[in-house]
Ligand binder design. Structure first.
Ligand SMILES: [Zn+2]
Length: 288
């Protein structure tokens, strides 16, 4: 049984230099990411920028991630970092020059979107319309409240996300974070396996995708594997492997990679689903 040795990591961060003050989480150096990738059969990662001040003390610009990709083109692609408040905090801001330029330089998407505004705010609306026009998929970190955490705000049942998916059918949104994955179940306190709101949204909107990176997607699926596998099987064309820098401290292995390999080997998931999840869906969506 052949394991997938060229997985695509749809969500990774890396920084060119370590932070001078070690007071918070920092992204690994690209060389460390590449070392870790070898241990988990990952060929390439899509570097996400982090440009909104809500997310971290440091800013990871599009130029930074593009520079890392230029240095290691075999190991990385990159996303454009945009905050909808850029270009004058203006709901008519024109991002076309930026999108054209970075697309020519190899950008495959926009993200990670962390600006703490409502997802249907006029500023986001303007940006999302242009992402749809330029065929740039958008990775969003969902947050439940303004002022509580970083991320696109959608307080209850992801109705704002639904509104934008409906308004821009050509816009491809990749959902990520705890407050997105919570909706795979009906209740945050999982008492029994019941389909949550994500089943409904994925069923209705073909332009919604799922990023299983970090602890969030992985934990959501592991909490109740019957429900998790049902989700993977039902939406097998839109589920994607990712790490978001989640590598085990002791050995640098990605726990999600190890888990999905095991599930394939012991027959819990089909060969078709395994390869779609690990690689093929990302290749198709990001035109890698
Ligand atoms: Zn991230």
């Amino acid at each position: 049984m052949e394991l997938c040795k060229n997985k695509i990591d749809v969500h990774i961060h890396a920084m060119e230099n370590e932070l001078p003050v070690k007071d918070m989480w920092e992204a690994p150096l690209p060389e460390t990411v590449i070392e870790n990738y070898k241990k988990s059969g990952i060929e390439k990662g899509i570097l996400q920028a982090l440009v909104s001040p809500e997310s971290r003390r440091f800013i990871m610009t599009t130029e930074t991630v593009m520079h890392i990709k230029d240095k290691y083109p075999e190991s990385f692609s990159f996303a454009i970092g945009i905050d909808p408040r850029m270009f004058g905090n203006n709901e008519k801001a024109d991002f076309s020059k930026i999108f054209e330029f970075y697309k020519q330089r190899g950008a495959v998407s926009v993200g990670e979107m962390t600006a703490n505004l409502y997802f249907d705010d006029p500023l986001y609306d303007n940006l999302l319309a242009q992402c749809a026009e330029f065929d740039l998929p958008v990775t969003i970190h969902v947050s439940p409240k303004v002022g509580l955490a970083y991320g696109v705000v959608d307080e209850e049942d992801l109705f704002r996300l639904e509104k934008m998916l409906k308004k821009y059918p050509k816009l491809k949104v990749i959902g990520h974070s705890w407050d997105f994955w919570n909706y795979i179940y009906k209740s945050r306190e999982i008492v029994k396996s019941e389909e949550g709101r994500l089943f409904e949204l994925f069923g209705k909107y073909e332009n919604l995708y799922a990023d299983f990176s970090a602890g969030s997607g992985f934990t959501a699926i592991k909490k109740d594997e019957a429900n998790g596998f049902k989700f993977l099987n039902t939406f097998s064309d839109r589920v994607m492997f990712g790490t978001d820098c989640s590598f085990r401290a002791e050995d640098g292995v990605s726990p999600l990679s190890e888990w999905i390999d095991e599930k394939y080997v012991n027959g819990a998931i089909s060969k078709e689903l395994y390869f779609k999840f690990c690689r093929e869906n990302a290749v198709k969506l990001f035109k890698l």
